[in-house]
Design a protein around this ligand. Structure first.
Ligand code: SAM
Length: 290
């Protein structure tokens, strides 16, 4: 199976004179077991809309078209667009959009698909271009898109950060964002040798299931995420100093009072706080500041 996909990909590359564009993060997947793992874990149902980001030569697209009611494939590279159109012209449940996904209005796209085709759940499936993994994931989460799940292959180190538990050693500011919007798990490990050309890093497939109810109640979401960002920008400093230096609060003593009230030690670092503690801090600061 693996050889078949590898041969098929090499054939397409030769046939269409493709040279992988590094600047667009083009590493084509040639491992059938990884393709199967992605499609299986995405749990696609027959009335689903699947949005695929960066379909490339169409390696995942084929399996998605066979399962979903509709597949909308968003690709930036014109050359890939031409290949996809030729490869999948027999499928009538597909739309190919030639656009930068970061500039696309996904709200409108989803609404149009619902109205025209009566799709039910919306799932994102992708082997993401690594150079913009984080902005894409954050766009999908922050735009409140009425998605059910996001199943994506990304660089291993980033994957580990996204699926970490807030407050754990591997967590970063983005861990808290992901946790706020979704539950996250790793569904497959994919070595770098599963791609043409071979990238410098291994990959993992992760799945984010969008929460219906957030895990903490926030009076001011922007402040909450600002606090987290500031804490992680100055990882070595105490949270107290980071917040004063970051101009969140000018009066250190007032901040100390809040810390005491919510049970935080004065020398605690931001990275040690879990989700609830950041929420308590942010809600208390919000009352103080407003
Ligand atoms: N899905 C294919 C596969 O698994 O073999 C290709 C994956 S490749 C890692 C990433 C794909 O994303 C490339 O086809 C690339 O052209 C496309 N891409 C890069 N930047 C993009 C952007 N801003 N918007 C949409 N697609 C993009």
């Amino acid at each position: 199976m693996k050889d078949n996909l590898q041969e098929e990909t090499k054939y397409l590359i030769n046939q269409y004179h493709v040279s992988a564009k590094k600047a667009l993060g083009q590493n084509f997947l040639v491992d059938q077991s990884a393709v199967d793992a992605i499609i299986r874990s995405a749990c696609i149902l027959e009335d689903d809309l699947v949005i695929e980001i960066g379909p490339g030569l169409g390696t995942l697209t084929k399996g998605l078209l066979e399962k979903a009611k509709r597949v909308v494939a968003i690709e930036l590279d014109e050359k890939m667009i031409a290949i996809l159109k030729e490869r999948f012209f027999l499928f009538h449940n597909m739309e190919i959009i030639h656009q930068d996904v970061l500039k696309l209005n996904l709200h409108e796209l989803i609404q149009k698909e619902r109205e025209q085709y009566g799709v039910k759940n919306v799932k994102i499936v992708a082997n993401l271009p690594y150079y913009i993994t984080t902005p894409i994931v954050m766009k999908l989460l922050e735009e409140n898109l009425d998605l059910e799940s996001i199943t994506v292959m990304i660089q291993k180190e980033v994957a580990q950060r996204l699926v970490a538990t807030p407050g754990d050693k591997l967590s970063g500011a983005i861990t808290y964002s992901v946790f706020y919007y979704a539950t996250a798990q790793t569904v497959a490990m994919v070595p770098k040798t599963s791609f043409i050309p071979v990238p410098e890093v291994d990959s993992e497939v992760i799945q984010l299931k969008i929460r219906k109810v957030p895990p903490v109640e926030l009076d001011n979401k922007d402040l909450f995420f600002r606090l987290i960002k500031i804490s992680f920008m100055q990882r070595r400093k105490t949270l107290l100093n980071s917040l004063v230096n970051g101009n969140v609060v000018k009066d250190k003593n007032k901040l100390k009072e809040i810390f005491e009230r919510i049970g935080l030690r004065e020398d605690i670092r931001g990275e040690a706080l879990n989700m609830e503690q950041f929420a308590m801090l942010s809600n208390s600061l919000n009352s103080l500041l407003s």
